[in-house]
Ligand binder design. Structure first.
Ligand code: HAM
Length: 442
């Protein structure tokens, strides 16, 4: 888990702003659930045999004996909140978004952190597959607003409670005689959660899986129609996609639509390890990461004690987006330089300086000062380093004359200004400096 310093937070703020803007445009209201939830929200919601619940959850027992977990993801808590606050009685669908930190005890590596942030969008109370397309749309629009190109949208349908067991049966029947050729982890998964073997990166497993039966051939008629409509909506929206019949997702609450958005651009310096659960140290290939992922989770409501409810959503991995932005040479805007730096000289001026600073701050000037320093040289050096446009110099003489010296950092030109007219003059000078800087071709 990492500290985030101001320099890092500029990236997070940029992504949060993009998500907030898109959320507003598509009518999502913000939600923030607690970082700690009852553990069963995830054991029941995400599924006992998933990697997240089995290996990656930070759990604790309270003094009162309750078992809690730091949220590893945001969807199950939101469904808990939807049920708890009677959001079923709100106009449906309820569109909620969040920008929150998540916790997973994973092996830390590029793009896989133990504390990470997700921006997420959930559409709850909508059975119609048009919401699935809307979910993809808002996710893609957020990535697009951040300037990310070369994205690949992978979609699949993992069927419903009717057709998935039949597929699972056919799949296990295919794998069982071939399991000797698979990695240890997949051999274990074959018992508890066989479909998860589908996205194992181990080459041995990949080879075995090549001839495996495909989901798409086992979908029941309603799921087939549903998938077709979803794809038609994407086509109408001109969102290119790749139908990936291996895409299953690592959370149990999905049915029908699942999707992931991958960056085609390798994140600089990042590597992914194949068969990581087995402890192999070999770098396999340059990391291609899912920047965002989601799907339909109608069954999650029943798992958390509610009535079945149509819902679909997605979450974007903020740190992975930052890595992709860096790789694409996209940066957050530089913080604005101060307009004025206040320099004080001498006992009297030092006493008056904080009040002058406060007066200008209230007038909305971007002002900085270094009240603890006495030498003019060192104060000017700081003003220069910060890139201040003007410096205000308050010395002994200025205090007794009720004036202040205004000095342009660009030209070095100085003028003495009456305190009473400082604010309009400063405003005027800054406006002119702004106009000048806009005229200078970059
Ligand atoms: P997820 O695939 O587990 O889905 O996570 C979504 C995204 O979060 C991933 O695609 C990745 O970008 C990022 N992410 C996941 N784990 C880590 C990690 N350890 N370090 C850094 N980034 C990570 C969900 O969480 C679902 N709740 C998505 C969803 C919302 N489904 C429906 N609604």
């Amino acid at each position: 888990m990492h500290d985030l310093l101001a320099e890092d937070l500029r990236w997070y703020e940029m992504i949060e702003r993009a998500a907030a803007t898109l959320a507003d445009a598509y009518g999502f209201g913000r939600i923030e659930t607690p970082a700690l939830e009852a553990e069963e929200v995830f054991t029941r919601g995400v599924g006992l045999s998933t990697d997240i619940v089995e290996k990656e959850m930070y759990t604790l027992r309270t003094r009162g004996g309750d078992r809690l977990a730091l949220r590893p993801e945001g969807t199950a808590p939101i469904v808990r909140a939807y049920l708890q606050h009677g959001m079923r009685n709100w106009p449906q669908p309820v569109r909620l978004w969040y920008f929150s930190r998540m916790f997973r005890h994973e092996r830390p590596q590029a793009g896989r952190l133990r504390q990470f942030w997700q921006a997420g969008f959930e559409i709850i109370g909508e059975d119609d597959v048009v919401a699935d397309a809307e979910s993809v749309l808002v996710t893609m629009a957020t990535l697009d607003a951040l300037g990310l190109k070369d994205l690949s949208l992978q979609v699949n349908s993992i069927g419903c409670s009717q057709c998935r067991p039949l597929y699972r049966k056919a799949f296990v029947a295919y794998l069982r005689p071939r399991q000797g050729g698979m990695c240890g982890n997949c051999r274990k998964r074959l018992k508890a959660n066989p479909l998860r073997t589908l996205d194992c990166k181990d080459e041995r497993c990949q080879r075995v899986l090549q001839g495996a039966p495909e989901f798409i051939d086992h979908l029941c008629e309603p799921c087939r129609v549903n998938l077709r409509m979803f794809l038609e909506f994407l086509e109408e929206l001109q969102i290119p996609y790749l139908l990936n019949s291996r895409l299953v997702r690592g959370l149990d609450y999905y049915s029908r639509t699942v999707f992931e958005i991958w960056s085609e651009q390798p994140a600089s310096g990042a590597e992914e390890h194949g068969a990581d659960e087995e402890g192999s140290k070999e770098p396999v290939r340059v990391l291609q990461q899912a920047l965002a992922a989601g799907g339909r989770y109608d069954t999650l409501f029943r798992a958390l004690g509610g009535k079945p409810t149509g819902a679909v959503g997605s979450a974007l991995g903020v740190e992975r987006i930052i890595a992709a932005m860096r790789a694409a040479d996209i940066h957050p805007p530089e913080p604005a330089a101060p307009q004025v730096f206040l320099v004080q000289l001498g006992e009297q001026a030092k006493r008056k300086a904080p009040a002058l600073f406060e007066e200008l701050r209230r007038e909305k000037f971007r002002i900085r000062a270094s009240f603890g320093r006495d030498s003019i040289k060192s104060q000017l050096r700081i003003a220069d380093k910060l890139g201040a446009t003007y410096v205000l110099i308050l010395g002994q003489k200025e205090v007794s004359d009720d004036t202040v010296i205004l000095r342009s950092m660009a030209s070095g030109a100085q003028e003495t200004v009456k305190r009473g007219s400082l604010i309009p003059i400063l405003r005027n000078r800054l406006q002119k400096a702004e106009q000048r800087s806009q005229r200078i071709p970059r």
